[in-house]
Design a protein around this ligand. Structure first.
Ligand SMILES: Nc1ncnc2c1ncn2[C@@H]1O[C@H](COP(=O)(O)OP(=O)(O)OP(=O)(O)O)[C@@H](O)[C@H]1O
Ligand SMILES: [Mg+2]
Length: 259
């Protein structure tokens, strides 16, 4: 079974960036094969990874609904769509990417989400790691699409509001009894050290950050030029994520041998 890593947090806190740097770490340490999953309807993980997307789960469903497709006899619509989802897969060396995208019109994302989840479950044995980028907010949790996660990385920006968002996400996970093996809190965009007001809020909420990621000009530059974060040199933020991953995977090994 693959080890599932997912990110969650407030809008703009750095979820896609961290997901990309986690993938960078796994690839550079030859820990693949990896399945990257972009579950944010406003998809941009592909751009951060330098992969171009032709189809998404949403666009495949839309095409299916618009065109009168003859499903082979004996096949259900669901089975046909699941089979078609392979077209939403972008393959590269050691790393594949599947993108949820959005459906057409006013429909909600429930169906693309459900199909994506099923697709991921069917692929669980084929990859050493799955890394899932999520939309901002809580919906992916309340819809239970972020399930069976081994490592949930809560990303907060360097603000009281970001930290409060994490506390709410944490409470929702408990309330919904979602299956999450371990939760880690990461504070991103940290200047030199965590501001006293942010530290105070963390203490008040009983949150101890596992890692901090510094504000790093190299990330901004790569983002602006649409360069793949996988090609980032040994920048400050990269080092922070590498260190976090080495630590998490060290204990993940302990988990795996125990179970
Ligand atoms: N440590 C960092 N240093 C400098 N810039 C950063 C850092 N982390 C993220 N950024 C920049 O901040 C912006 C937001 O990051 P990102 O897109 O990863 O956030 P997000 O949480 O995925 O956003 P959304 O909620 O819209 O999906 C991007 O322009 C990114 O390049
Ligand atoms: Mg994002």
């Amino acid at each position: 079974m693959s080890i599932n890593i997912a990110v969650a947090g407030k809008g703009g806190s750095g979820k896609t960036t961290v997901a990309s740097l986690v993938i960078r770490y796994l690839m550079r340490n030859s820990l693949g094969p990896i399945l990257a999953v972009d579950a944010d309807p406003n998809a941009n993980l592909g751009e951060s990874l330098g992969l171009s997307i032709k189809q998404t789960v949403g666009s495949i469903i839309a095409t299916f609904n618009e065109e009168k497709i003859n499903i082979p006899p004996g096949m259900t619509k669901e089975a046909y769509l699941e089979f078609k989802l392979n077209d939403a897969m972008v393959e590269s060396k050691g790393l594949d990417l599947v993108t949820m995208g959005r459906g057409e019109g006013a429909e909600c994302y429930c169906y693309p989400n459900l199909l994506l989840r099923k697709f991921m479950d069917s692929l669980a044995g084929s990859y050493a790691y799955m890394v899932m980028d999520n939309e901002a907010g809580m919906e992916h949790l309340s819809r239970r699409t972020t399930q069976n996660v081994d490592e949930l990385l809560f990303i907060s920006d360097h603000s009281v509001k970001g930290v409060r968002t994490i506390a709410r996400l944490r409470d929702l996970i408990t309330e919904l009894k979602l299956v999450v093996k371990r939760q880690s809190v990461i504070i991103n965009f940290v200047p030199d050290k965590i501001d006293a007001l942010v530290s105070e809020e963390l203490a008040k909420l009983g949150i101890e950050p596992t890692a901090t990621i510094p504000l790093d000009e190299a990330i901004g530059e790569y983002d602006l030029k649409l360069k793949s974060l996988l090609d980032l040199p040994d920048a400050k933020a990269v080092r922070a994520v590498d260190h976090l991953m080495a630590e998490l995977l060290e204990t993940e090994k302990v988990y795996t041998t125990k179970t």
